[in-house]
Design a protein around this ligand. Structure first.
Ligand SMILES: [Zn+2]
Length: 442
């Protein structure tokens, strides 16, 4: 259910805007979808008020890496823009960027346009399409990158696969630079990962599973950064999983390359040990690695080398996981538990404070995808009223059966979580609320 109103007052919260280093207790007033006041002195409203005492009032959370499986002509019906945006709203996200491994793939302006129309109808979160670098994500024929960006694609990626061919990658980077867009790379050298199911090592050997070498990620990342030296396209490395990737990104950024990187909750909280006993819920691409990799990614975050926290939300039907490990699908859902998981990994561990962590989920994410141009990722008087009210201390147990996503494939089921979205507001409308102790989304 979406409640419509003209005026909404968020009262007495800790208002954090990482973009401007604003951090003060006060009131935030929204009128007709626009933030009209941010004040340390009390404001009044004629319409609706949310008591935000003890809560954080943040710019709406942005996830630049989700899989909504929409369009889906495969008949699997794993997720739709409607269920995906309901999940986003419940998790505190107001904007998501959808990856192009759909059926058909997002490789034409027609598909970009169809997603935009469906997103407008769903209206629980802003949805932006990431379009393919190659036709059908097959890595063989260049897609019409300039036209796709013109049609509204927010970024270019073949996510699910990396661009294996170096010549193709060079052409893509050149076109992405010409379009002033960003390329988001899924770093995986496919010649090293045939039949790979989990991190290469002793555990994979004991479980009898194909090993996924860490070099598969570093090699593609380093190749891209070498190619991009003379091109200078905006380049974003998705879901980093190994320590060597952090080093590669550090070097490129120190050379002045416009390269960014992203972390995902599972790569910060789980190691390959979660795959023991052939636990298919822990099967993900790239695979879970080691505790040393987790520490390196945290260092990269603390140093500001990795600037974005995403989810790689990847829903699958139960049958895709309820099978043997080698045959099971890669991926896990993330939108509805990312916020407390990031709190656990980064704030509770002393890596970041709330303003710094929220910056990686708002203005930094917006900057990578160019969403800052639309006024997203910040709290600004006169700007769009995308706001997330967070109860930082709400304690709850993660229960995938309660998720709005159709995906139940979550390795964190049963884990105690601290922190959750109390209200999610998009364009001044409440899209999800736990104010009365239950989610009102959908
Ligand atoms: Zn990926």
């Amino acid at each position: 259910m979406i409640r419509r109103m003209t005026e909404l007052l968020l009262k007495g919260g800790r208002i954090i805007d990482p973009m401007t280093d604003h951090d003060s207790t006060g009131d935030l007033l929204i009128r007709d979808g626009v933030i009209v006041a941010i004040s340390t002195t009390p404001l009044t409203s004629a319409d609706e008020t949310i008591d935000c005492e003890g809560c954080i009032v943040s710019p709406g959370l942005i996830d630049i890496h989700v899989h909504f499986r929409d369009p889906d002509e495969s008949g699997h019906h794993e997720e739709t823009i409607a269920t995906g945006t309901a999940a986003a709203a419940a998790g505190g996200f107001t904007t998501v960027c959808c990856m192009p491994n759909t059926t058909p793939a997002i490789d034409s302006c027609t598909v970009v346009d169809a997603i935009r129309k469906r997103a407008a109808a769903a209206a629980q979160a802003r949805v932006f399409a990431v379009a393919c670098g190659t036709v059908g994500r097959r890595g063989e024929t260049l897609s019409p990158i300039l036209d796709l960006v013109e049609a509204g694609a927010i970024a270019i990626s073949d996510d699910g696969d990396g661009i294996a061919d170096s010549g193709m990658m060079q052409r893509i980077l050149s076109l992405v630079a010409a379009a002033d867009s960003v390329f988001m790379q899924h770093c995986q050298d496919p010649t090293l990962t045939r039949d790979a199911a989990m991190n290469a090592g002793a555990l994979a050997t004991r479980l009898g599973l194909g090993g996924w070498p860490r070099e598969a990620e570093e090699l593609m990342l380093r190749r891209d950064l070498v190619l991009n030296r003379s091109i200078g396209a905006r380049y974003h490395a998705q879901h980093l999983s190994v320590a060597e990737s952090v080093s590669a990104l550090r070097e490129a950024r120190s050379e002045g390359q416009p390269a960014t990187g992203e972390a995902s909750p599972h790569h910060l909280l789980l190691t390959e040990d979660a795959c023991d006993n052939w636990n298919t819920l822990a099967k993900v691409n790239p695979p879970l690695r080691t505790s040393a990799d987790i520490e390196a990614i945290k260092s990269g975050i603390a140093e500001g080398i990795i600037t974005v926290l995403a989810t790689d939300h990847a829903p699958h039907p139960a049958a895709s996981k309820d099978t043997d490990f080698a045959s099971a699908a890669f991926g896990m859902v993330g939108l509805e538990c990312a916020l407390p998981l990031y709190r656990e990994a980064l704030i509770d561990d002393g890596v970041l404070d709330w303003p710094a962590m929220l910056g990686m989920m708002t203005c930094e994410a917006a900057a990578v995808a160019g969403l800052d141009q639309l006024g997203l990722g910040r709290l600004e008087v006169g700007g769009p009223a995308d706001v997330t009210v967070i109860d930082p201390d709400a304690a709850w147990a993660i229960d995938p059966s309660q998720f709005h996503s159709t995906g139940r494939n979550c390795p964190f089921a049963g884990r105690m979580a601290t922190g959750r979205a109390l209200a999610t507001i998009v364009d001044g409308r409440i899209t999800a609320s736990a104010i009365e102790g239950r989610a009102l989304a959908r």
